[in-house]
Design a binder for this molecule. Sequence first.
Ligand code: PMP
Length: 406
Amino acid sequence: MQTPWEHRYAQRTQRMKSSAIRELLKLAEQPGIISFGGGMPAPDVFPVEQFKEACIKVLNNNSAGALQYGSTEGYLPLREMIARHTSRYGITVNADNILITSGSQQALDLLGKVFINRGDRILVESPTYLGALQAWNAYGAEYVSVSFDDNGMVPESLEHALRFGPKFIYALPNFQNPTGITMSLERRTRLVELADRYGVPIIEDDPYGQLRYEGETLPAVEVIDSQFRGEQGCYSGNVIYLSTFSKILAPGIRLAWVIAPSEVIRKLVQAKQGADLNTSTFNQMVAYEVGHGGFLDEHAKLIRKVYRERRDVMLDSLSEHMPEGVRWTTPQGGLFLWVTLPEHLNSSEVLQEAVKEKVAFVPGHSFFPNGGGENTMRLNFSFSNPEMINEGIGRLGRVIKKVMQG
Ligand code: PMP
């Protein structure tokens, strides 16, 4: 007799679903398909030679350390490098405020483990990053969604949502995944003030901050919060800040970091011990070798150049190929833009037709924690080269016109 596994699964698995994005990534592996679906960096900008050299150096100089277990907090020189790196953006912390994680995705999961009781409400932008919802669903989170416009969270909606007593606020201020929208300075300040007034901490997820293609760099919410508190140095603010090497080096190394008050870091360390003991020591040492001599900033310039061009090509191509009634965002950075179809269209149905024409995207509906957005879609512009972007948007335009004509 076969073991009836489904009777054995814990209750929390009932809210675990395969992500629409993962399913799409499978689709995108079909030959000939142009995928605007995943959130993948362009392989063209992976610093392959730097990684090769760094691997050899690490193994020659410190194989005993690199191939051994490491501390849960993370490789100290890497944490110090991150502290130097972020201090240039006004985030002044020391290594005790930094935890290295296996991608920001693990950070989201650990935060869920540490903060969320079943039924706790989490305040999220609507739409928001799907991976956070996936991580927190397993801990029984409920979501209070805040409306979102071209400047980020709408303050009236934010204040209304804060009255529900959420455990924390999850905010994506720079080039949000999925919409590409950036929260204005005024809204960031308002967020910090309201969070303080209602006594609710903020989780700021910032994987794309360095990938700004135009406009002025805005201070992180973490920085505004520290200024608000008149803080200097030792960090004890109201914001937990996440960032990652996935978009500025390579996602395959699975390296990211959390910045938080040291007591929160200690709790996260306990949670991480139960998850994986430590993030890959070898990868951390290699990332340190690649990054510590100022390479990160150099490399970010190249990535910005390549992605800015791709964004521009996609925007031009949308103007050329999309029928009347279709709108899209113009992101100042990041990897995504957001398309809104006329109300009566359903982007999941459009996707079925689009796949027949060998072009894919993510229907926007899955990014809404409490439903909605059936007529929206997320397009990634970092992965495909300009020719593919033109071709793919051309195909998508034809599909949308066909669906609109019914
Ligand atoms: N947060 C956001 C907003 C993201 O877009 C992503 C990745 N696309 C992550 C977290 C996870 O990133 P990582 O590769 O560091 O796990």
